[in-house]
Write a protein that binds this ligand. Structure first.
Ligand SMILES: O=C(O)CCC(=O)C(=O)O
Ligand SMILES: [Fe+2]
Length: 222
């Protein structure tokens, strides 16, 4: 029998990791994960193909496609000048609503999303060998929170401090459907993905291999 509040739910409660940083396991239903996986395939086939950004001459192992604004190290542009020059897809209205709901659910404050209008999404794809080094999300001019969604294989997520990319940090597993929000005093915390756990994507999430991560952000640009 499957129950709504089975072991998985009880073992992985919502948890504050640091002030302003909250992990909400299982936030997206399987159906929502599947729907987002389908959208991912449309974005990949959009005007700007998914690509590995080059950071100081090295290709990242993660590949990224963007909505609203195109991120390239270390700026946002409307046109993907480091790919094919095309303008990226518009940021969808439903993603604004999704971001607002995420803040409400992560904080428990029904008003937490009222002033939140994300205008860019970085959509990352990790194959089984991909990882992301410790970094800050600091190319945005706004201090509004980052909303992060995970679909597919689980990964190890390292969430650190705002001063150094080294310890203290905490390692947390992010699974398919999980929400992670970091804002306030944690907005500029260093974080990274040391590894993906291949073969851990749940049946029905819409992704057979690898991991999709979607981060919603406010660029502060106009
Ligand atoms: O994949 C993740 O969960 C984090 C991605 C990330 O930190 C980023 O895109 O800046
Ligand atoms: Fe990041």
């Amino acid at each position: 029998m499957t129950t709504l509040f089975g072991d998985d739910f009880l073992e992985r409660p919502r948890r504050d990791i640091a002030p302003g940083a909250t992990h909400v396991p299982g936030w997206l239903s399987l159906q929502q994960q599947h729907w987002l996986s389908d959208r991912f395939r449309e974005w990949v086939d959009g005007p700007v193909p998914i690509r590995a950004a080059r950071v100081r001459g090295h290709e990242m192992s993660v590949r990224t496609v963007c909505l609203g604004w195109h991120w390239q190290p270390y700026k946002y542009t409307r046109e993907a000048t480091d790919v094919n020059g095309n303008r990226v897809l518009d940021f969808p209205d439903w993603m604004v609503r999704l971001g607002r709901k995420a803040l409400v659910d992560a904080t428990g404050d029904p008003r937490a999303g009222d002033d939140y209008t994300p205008d860019t999404a970085l959509v990352n794809y990790y194959d089984e060998n991909a990882h992301m080094g410790m970094h800050q999300d600091s190319d945005e001019r706004s201090t509004a929170p980052v909303v992060s969604l995970s679909i597919g294989d689980s990964c190890q997520f390292r969430f650190g401090n705002t001063v150094t990319r080294t310890k203290p940090y905490e390692d947390i597993d992010l699974a398919s459907g999980d929400l992670f929000v970091f804002g306030g005093p944690s907005r500029l915390a260093f974080h990274g993905i040391p590894k993906v756990y291949p073969g851990t994507a749940p049946d029905g999430c819409g992704l057979a291999h690898g991991r999709i991560n979607i981060t919603l952000r406010v660029t502060g640009l106009s």
